[in-house]
Design a protein. Structure first.
Length: 369
């Protein structure tokens, strides 16, 4: 069905081209489709759809689309381009709560089931969930979905939940942990998880919504402003976006030529950078060799000065003081005069005529008088 629909769109000129990737280039157990089309006559949109093989009614799918300029909500919804616009098609639902786009989703009558649906809606990080309270049972015109008045770009991003008149109390009780509540007969845009910066319940709630088939201007404004707030991508969307950009196949001849030129320029720049690095390395190596040769040449003529042994620090203050005292003690000992001899202990030598000392023993000392 999907292939036939895309082929019809290509034949009608609604899409420029589409492609189903071979199994060996697709994730295991999944089919991957690419399609490209133009909006505003000149802006190219590239989209990538991943769906499980053999999936039937109610299958889960992932779709990413990127345009050449910031997205305009007036452009067609990418999901509306890929999938056939059948009202009972099994694809037009979001995966967190299982609720359907562009239809009224009545909240379950059972309070426990209603709390589960609202808890899952609050946990959603990408789909915009709107809760509308019916002040009274609407007629045929009021039973239609309010999301049909939204810009085309939001047709498959907004889910409308409808609460019956008697469910208001249970509804706001289920929302109490989120710190928000739905006005009686009004509507509220749920903050999601995490709530975007700049979200306040007062700014995104509507006091009265008339379910008479007329356009809910206030509600459309609140939803559009909420869609413009920055929100994180869902889990796994960053990887899918990388695959969309890096593994894209549907290039035109002009785009392929420009792509190859860009690759050649990138490789040339990388080669030039490698050449510069090689030259700088060679120059640094030559300087290092010159410095080493100069060091070896000067090593033989350099006088080596005795240095204290490594690991033996110079004497500390106490050791220096001890050495000072030792020097003082030695110098004091050297300068001390020898004790004088008594006169009686001194004998003058007797010299002969040759000036030599006689061989005989010296005379006895003369006792002092």
């Amino acid at each position: 069905m999907l292939r036939k629909h895309l082929q019809r769109l290509k034949d009608d000129g609604a899409v420029q081209d589409f492609l189903e990737l071979p199994e060996d280039e697709s994730p295991a157990g999944q089919r991957v489709f690419e399609a490209r089309w133009q909006v505003a006559d000149t802006v190219t949109v590239r989209a990538r759809l991943t769906v499980a093989m053999g999936a039937g009614h109610g299958q889960e799918w992932q779709l990413l689309a990127e345009a050449e300029r910031p997205w305009d909500l007036g452009w067609p919804s990418p999901a509306g381009v890929f999938w056939p616009g059948e009202p009972d098609g099994g694809w037009a639902h979001e995966s967190v709560t299982g609720q359907r786009f562009l239809q009224v989703n009545a909240l379950p009558k059972d309070d426990k089931a209603m709390r589960r649906v609202l808890r899952e809606a609050l946990r959603d990080s990408w789909t915009i969930h709107v809760v509308v309270h019916e002040a009274m049972t609407p007629d045929e015109r009021g039973r239609g979905p309010l999301t049909r008045f939204l810009p085309p770009g939001l047709h498959h991003r907004v889910v409308e939940h409808r609460a019956a008149p008697q469910q208001l109390r249970a509804l706001n009780y289920a929302l109490r942990d989120a710190g928000v509540e739905v006005p009686r007969g009004g509507a509220l845009v749920l903050p999601g998880t995490p709530a975007p910066d700049g979200f306040t319940a007062a700014d995104f709630s509507v006091r009265s919504v008339f379910l008479d088939g007329s356009e809910p201007v206030e509600l459309v404004s609140a939803v559009t402003r909420f869609a413009a707030l920055p929100r994180p991508l869902p889990d796994g969307a960053a990887e899918q976006l990388g695959a969309l950009r890096e593994e894209w196949h549907l290039y035109t001849l002009q785009e392929e030529l420009e792509r190859q030129r860009a690759l050649v320029a990138m490789y040339a720049e990388a080669l030039e950078a490698m050449t510069r690095s090689r030259d700088l390395y060679r120059e640094a190596a030559e300087r290092a060799h010159e410095a080493l040769a100069a060091y070896r040449e000067n090593a033989g003529t350099t006088t080596v000065v005795d240095q204290p042994a490594p690991g033996r620090p110079a004497g500390g203050p106490l050791q220096q003081l001890t050495r000072t005292f030792e020097r003082l003690r030695i110098s004091g000992r050297a300068s001390r005069p020898a004790p004088a001899l008594e006169p009686a202990a001194v004998a003058e030598p007797v010299l002969d005529s040759s000036g030599s000392r006689p061989a005989q023993e010296p005379s006895e000392p003369v006792p002092p008088k």
